[in-house]
Design a protein around this ligand. Structure first.
Ligand code: NOJ
Length: 542
């Protein structure tokens, strides 16, 4: 079915007062290699995701974001795209994709794809042409520069995955730039043909009916046209990652990024109710610029503040307040706890605190993104040296986080290979498979899975949890307390020690809607909040 609309739709500009589906939604990220294998190769596929749609519907999420599924040599596991309009055979066929999209919609869920516009694979036909000669018409589609006078790289821009960001091409005697692997050459977004080609890619998928995109490293699309050296980072010490030797002043986040994004947004807005999310690792003040001056930026600049913050009330509380205060008028908040590039939440905090973190993620104001496997509490994965897959971990073993640890297969049962596959999976499962799996947790009302279902159900039922204002309440650390709307309060103990609760009378006399420790509801509000406990409370008169 073609969802293409006749005229332009202007969505969520500043003056726009309506609620869009994605403001009420919880997004669930799937790393397709690791969700469900159906063709017995140890790697997940689209048919597997399709098979698991009933699970996702019952869990209570609203939208599924798939990390890249496009044709790729997999140097960076799909973030190196060789054809933006083809499904990689590892994941299935276009028919599998169409069936997945149709079934996702039939299940009442939305489907978001991962758009990787900053770079292609070096195997992409565009790059093959570009590197073939200096006067090839696609030469300028990528970033080529002459060597420095000493023959070295044109400037000091580093690769995010270690070493220089420039690779010398013998055939044509110039360097090309790659912010990631040398197999991921950066496109030149100043070239109007590139922008047009990529807009066409978006339209291809939008015409199929996908509901939006998460845009990979969107802040990287605009680089300094003069290719000035980045300034040294005074805080860098030997042994730390190469990228951090320099402050990324010129290699990304240049002012014309906002024009590029506005163009992408125009494409998105020419279809009804589609969503544009930007992956952006920047400090809050710079992040906010990505909403656009008049709301013509991305709908959701991913908010990763919780990922790197020390898990302490004194840090988390102000961080939420500052983010809320910094939002531009009309800017809709969002929260992320984990993703495929970062240690999982249950790996960063204790098992008990991972439950508090789930309650935080799913009761804050704004669209939450839940990472697959976090809902069953997948925590510490051990990746033996001979099974490391992550190209970054291979390049910079000392300085980087091994991202494989966040990408291990979904654990569906305690059976062989966790029900993920009938053969040895591409990455190992965790050692606690016997208890940490969907089948086992399904029947346990106290499990992490049950807690997620309760939280997602509560969020669906309680409009104030989705739409109500966020107001911080007085509380002494380690208790983090906030109100949602007028009538709901969230009380989280971010420590293992019990702490006094000193609540306004209407909440002290209120009713517990959900307990993080057990997933149960009911009962009066205590005057001491036990360690590792979190409560959602409805006011007595609410
Ligand atoms: C960010 C993605 O999340 C990460 O997995 C990837 O390696 C880089 N971008 C490069 O595309």
């Amino acid at each position: 079915m073609n969802f293409r609309a006749a005229g332009p739709f202007v969505l969520f500009r500043k003056e726009d007062g309506v609620t869009h589906w994605w403001q009420d939604a919880t997004i669930y990220q799937i790393y397709p290699r690791s969700y469900q294998d159906t063709d017995e190769d140890g790697v997940g596929d689209l048919a597997g995701i399709r098979q698991r749609l009933p699970y996702l519907r019952d869990l209570g999420v609203d939208a599924v974001w798939l990390s890249p599924i496009f044709q790729s040599p997999m140097a960076d596991f799909g973030y190196d795209v060789a054809d933006y309009r083809a499904i990689d055979p590892l994941f299935g066929t276009m028919a599998d994709f169409d069936a997945l999209l149709a079934d996702t919609h039939a299940a009442g869920l939305k489907l978001l794809l991962d758009f990787v516009p900053n770079h292609t694979s070096d195997q992409h036909a565009w790059f093959q042409e570009s590197r073939s000669s200096r006067d090839n018409p696609k030469r300028d589609w990528y970033i080529w520069c002459d060597p420095a006078p000493d023959g070295g790289p044109p400037n000091n821009w580093m690769s995010n995955f270690g070493g220089s960001g420039w690779t010398f091409d013998d055939a044509t005697g110039q360097y090309y730039y790659h912010a990631f692997l040398k197999e991921q050459p950066d496109l030149n977004w100043r070239n109007p043909q590139v922008r047009k080609a990529m807009a066409d890619v978006l339209r291809f998928w939008l015409d199929k009916g996908v509901d939006g995109f998460r845009v990979d490293v969107i802040w990287h699309l605009a680089k300094d046209p003069q290719f000035r050296d980045n300034p040294p980072n005074p805080a860098w010490k030997p042994g730390q990652r190469d990228l951090d030797r320099y402050l990324q002043r010129y290699s990304a986040d240049q002012p014309h990024i906002h024009d590029i994004i506005a163009e992408l947004r125009d494409v998105i807005d020419s279809y009804p109710e589609r969503l544009l999310i930007g992956e952006i690792y920047l400090p809050v003040d710079r992040l906010m610029a990505y909403y656009g001056e008049d709301g013509e930026g991305v709908h959701l600049p991913f908010n990763f503040q919780l990922i790197n913050a020390p898990w302490r009330t004194e840090v988390i509380g102000p961080l939420i307040d500052e983010y809320e205060a910094a939002l531009p008028e009309g800017g809709w908040p969002n929260w992320v706890l984990s993703n495929h590039d970062q240690p999982r939440i249950a790996d960063r905090v204790s098992e008990e605190q991972a439950r508090i973190a789930a309650m935080l993620l799913l009761t804050l104001r704004g669209t939450p993104t839940l990472y697959y496997g976090d809902e069953i509490g997948i925590a510490k994965a051990h990746i033996p040296a001979d099974r490391i897959q992550d190209p970054w971990a291979k390049n910079e073993p000392e300085a980087s986080f091994n991202r494989d640890r966040a990408r291990t297969p979904m654990q569906w049962s305690a059976g062989p290979h966790g029900g993920f596959s009938t053969v040895e999976p591409w990455l190992p499962l965790t050692n606690d498979l016997a208890t940490c799996n969907v089948d086992t947790e399904q029947d346990d009302p106290c499990s992490m899975l049950a807690l997620h279902r309760e939280l997602l159900g509560l969020r669906k039922r309680e409009e104030e949890l989705r739409q109500g204002a966020y107001t911080r309440m007085d509380s002494a650390a380690p208790v983090l307390a906030y109100r949602r709307g007028e009538n709901l309060a969230v009380l989280l103990n971010l420590s293992a020690e019990s702490a006094p609760l000193d609540l306004p009378d209407r909440f002290a006399r209120g009713e517990v809607l959900l307990r993080a420790s057990t997933g149960a509801n009911g009962g009066p509000v205590p005057d001491q909040l036990p360690g590792n406990e979190g409560l959602v409370v409805r006011a007595a008169d609410g």
